[in-house]
Design a protein around this ligand. Structure first.
Ligand SMILES: Cc1cc2nc3c(=O)[nH]c(=O)nc-3n(C[C@H](O)[C@H](O)[C@H](O)COP(=O)(O)O)c2cc1C
Length: 147
């Protein structure tokens, strides 16, 4: 295990670091109308562009998967708001930390993901941050451009 992986796995938050990543999985909260997802994607796209964040938000009809990456203080503040957002539930933080590598995404992506692919992703070893990030990037690439 190298230093980068240790930092990613052990980072509680990104205080004092330059580039921060926050990756989580959650479920649409019971009783939320289907229209909420479109509204969330629109809101996230606009806000993240303003905030200078890259990453992706995927939805498979039930689960969300999201990676946010950018300046530490911006990512940490948004991570707290997202974790408290009642429109989703069962938020599982998969990664929250910083490393010296460049952002995985040049910009913001959002859209639909295949449910089987999301299940396969959620079954991955949570203790291997680099593998999780690779798999997340592959999941987004497989879905194509979803704007
Ligand atoms: C699954 C999910 C993903 C979200 N992703 C983002 C996001 O990427 N960017 C964003 O600004 N808000 C996102 N939000 C919305 C935030 O939780 C929050 O509503 C928003 O930042 C506005 O916060 P405010 O009302 O305190 O200003 C997301 C919410 C959910 C439920």
């Amino acid at each position: 295990m190298n230093d980068t992986s240790d930092e990613l796995r052990d980072g509680v938050d990104c205080a004092g670091r330059s580039i921060c990543r926050f990756l989580y999985a959650s479920r649409l909260a019971p009783g939320q109308p289907a229209t909420v997802v479109g509204a969330l994607l629109t809101q996230a796209r606009e806000r993240n562009r303003q905030l200078g964040l890259s990453g992706a938000l995927l939805f498979d009809g039930e689960h969300f998967l999201q990676l946010l990456e950018g300046p530490a203080e911006v990512v940490d503040a948004l991570a707290r708001r997202i974790e408290a957002d009642p429109r989703h539930t069962e938020v599982q933080v998969l990664l929250h930390g910083a490393d010296a590598q460049a952002p995985l995404f040049q910009r913001w992506w959002g859209g639909w993901a295949d449910a089987d692919a999301v299940q396969a992703f959620l079954a991955l070893d949570r203790g291997d941050p680099a593998r999780l990030l690779d798999a997340f990037r592959a999941l987004v690439r497989d879905e194509g451009d979803m704007h």
